[in-house]
Design a protein around this ligand. Structure first.
Ligand SMILES: Nc1ncnc2c1ncn2[C@@H]1O[C@H](COP(=O)(O)OP(=O)(O)O)[C@@H](O)[C@H]1O
Ligand SMILES: C[C@H](O)[C@H](O)[C@@H](O)C(=O)COP(=O)(O)O
Ligand SMILES: [Mg+2]
Length: 487
């Protein structure tokens, strides 16, 4: 029986999930979980990439102790960030986090002589100042000159494990440098950031054999024989593969640190409406497109949990929220001020004060403010998504850790008047596994994989409740108009 390992590293946590198919169902076991996060180092917020790699080996050692001597493995992580690798094959520094403030003026500066419309028509990618394009635009020029290869985070990890370097397209698309038409890094955009085409390793599709974990690691760690597959290395691309959506009118929210709300398309949608609403066309598995919007997500809850000194679990915080009525105040959760504030609770309270609203004080009030405003933001974006795609969304699949928040699932269903199907919470790891299974020939395609997911995991369904919140979404949309920051 083939054992697969998904290494799924999100912005807040990483995990090794062991999987196989037994009695026609996908069995998934969390073998190892570890924290992730950035700290200030050499003047920037940086990820500790060596810590992540060590944790992967710790997880593989646990699998070996389970008397599993051979596995296949794929790595998926958050997007946009990269490692600069020198001529000696070693990293020049720890990678800078996308939440670092070095790019805060980069879009304005870079687009001063390269119109946004031109970039969007070429790439179809949303304007987020943390995109790789802007990070390279503001990168340390001396370091860039010493760089032999620019490797995206999951590709770098695969390189350390196997010695082989590639650039996988689902994550490469988040750079905002891939041309939709040519399917390659765009020469004008590379030139704009002083990067040569061969400074990125060759582009590969998701589901490509990368190689075996190098012998040197077997000398240091007692780990199984491990064949590495380059899967859908952008975690959200894996999450979408692992989402058991079906039919024509379904959408998804990959609800983790970020909430990525969107739909799976066969062709990109980079028209004027999509541009105006800053929707993105990240590349998906097998020639699909992830037409989605980044929403600040449960990052806000993660910060609040830390600021309460982690005295509450996430389950506790969700329970506390349930003690309050929803919609006591309106918050534009995508306001940049919530991207990386010194103190999130203070930032939320200041926002409510400045907009002359009830200020949430207690943990239950704070958490209900977060969950109810995320639900409102979701409902508003679902309306826009349906408008841009030309058909209403009838089913919303919510996956990731956030799918555990029943309160938010229900509020979203009622506000958006859609059926919500919640789960699996580990859809990212599951999607990672499905791509490995397709590459291995164990299943045919994504559709077959999603059928396997639907019969292997408990999914919870939420239907719109009698709508006592009829007017709330309209009032929220008016509020967003009022507070909208003009670019
Ligand atoms: N049992 C739970 N109850 C409420 N919220 C939860 C629960 N489990 C996870 N979460 C939420 O899910 C988030 C983590 O989701 P996850 O998909 O693991 O994120 P990432 O992949 O970005 O690390 C947490 O920040 C938390 O808000
Ligand atoms: C910066 C990107 O938008 C971000 O990586 C997002 O695409 C993503 O993948 C987030 O995944 P999490 O699991 O960290 O929420
Ligand atoms: Mg994740």
């Amino acid at each position: 029986m083939q054992s697969y390992v998904a290494v799924d590293i999100g912005a807040s946590s990483g995990r090794l999930m062991l999987a196989n198919v037994t009695d026609g169902k996908l069995q998934l076991q969390e073998v190892h979980r570890f924290s992730n996060g950035f700290t200030e180092e050499n003047g920037h917020d940086r990820w500790n990439i060596d810590h992540l790699i060590n944790e992967i080996f710790s997880g593989l050692e646990k699998i070996k102790k389970m008397h599993i001597d051979h596995v296949r493995l794929a790595i998926d992580t958050w997007a946009v960030d990269y490692v600069l690798v020198g001529n000696d094959g070693n990293k020049l520094d720890d990678p800078v986090s996308y939440r670092d403030n070095r790019t805060c003026n980069a879009i304005k500066d870079l687009t001063s002589d390269l119109p946004k419309e031109y970039i969007y028509e070429k790439t179809g990618i949303q304007f987020q100042d943390f995109n790789t394009l802007y990070q390279l635009f503001t990168e340390d020029k001396a370091k860039l000159a010493k760089t032999d290869k620019i490797m995206m985070i999951p590709d770098y990890i695969g390189y350390v494990l196997t010695g082989n370097a590639v650039t996988e397209v689902t994550n490469a698309s988040t750079t905002q440098m891939l041309s939709l038409r040519e399917g390659l890094f765009d020469k004008d955009l590379l030139k704009k950031v002083n990067v040569y085409p061969d400074q990125f390793p060759r582009l590969v599709e998701a589901g490509t054999w990368l190689g075996n974990v190098s012998h040197k690691w077997h000398m240091r760690y007692d780990i199984p024989e491990t064949e590495v597959i380059t899967g859908t290395t952008h975690d959200t691309a894996s999450a979408v593969v692992g989402t058991p959506g079906k039919g024509e009118d379904w959408a998804y929210i990959s609800s983790g640190t970020w909430s990525l709300l969107g739909a799976e398309l066969d062709t990109p949608e980079n028209g004027l409406d999509a541009f105006k609403e800053n929707y993105t066309n990240e590349w998906g598995a097998y020639g699909t497109y992830r037409f989605l919007k980044n929403i600040m997500g449960l990052w806000i809850a993660q910060c609040v949990k830390k600021e309460y000194d982690n005295q509450y679990s996430f389950a506790d915080l969700a329970q506390l929220a349930g003690e309050e009525k929803p919609f006591q105040q309106f918050i534009d959760v995508n306001d940049k001020r919530f991207s990386n504030p010194k103190n999130m609770i203070q930032e939320l309270q200041n926002y409510c004060q400045e907009t002359n609203q009830k200020v949430p004080e207690t943990p239950s009030e704070i958490m209900m403010a977060i969950y109810s405003n995320l639900s409102l933001f979701y409902a508003n974006e679902l309306e826009k998504l349906g408008h841009i795609l030309g058909h209403p969304i009838t089913t919303l699949n919510i996956v990731g850790g956030g799918s555990n928040v029943a309160l938010m699932n229900q509020l979203t269903s009622t506000l958006a008047k859609v059926k919500v199907v919640a789960g699996p919470s580990e859809a990212t790891a599951i999607g990672n596994i499905l791509v490995q299974m397709i590459t291995s020939g164990q299943i045919e395609n994504i559709a077959q994989g999603r059928q396997l997911v639907a019969k292997s995991f408990d999914l919870k369904t939420y239907e719109p409740e009698v709508d006592q919140y009829n007017q709330v979404l309209t009032d929220y949309q008016a509020f967003l108009q009022k507070v909208a920051v003009v670019d």
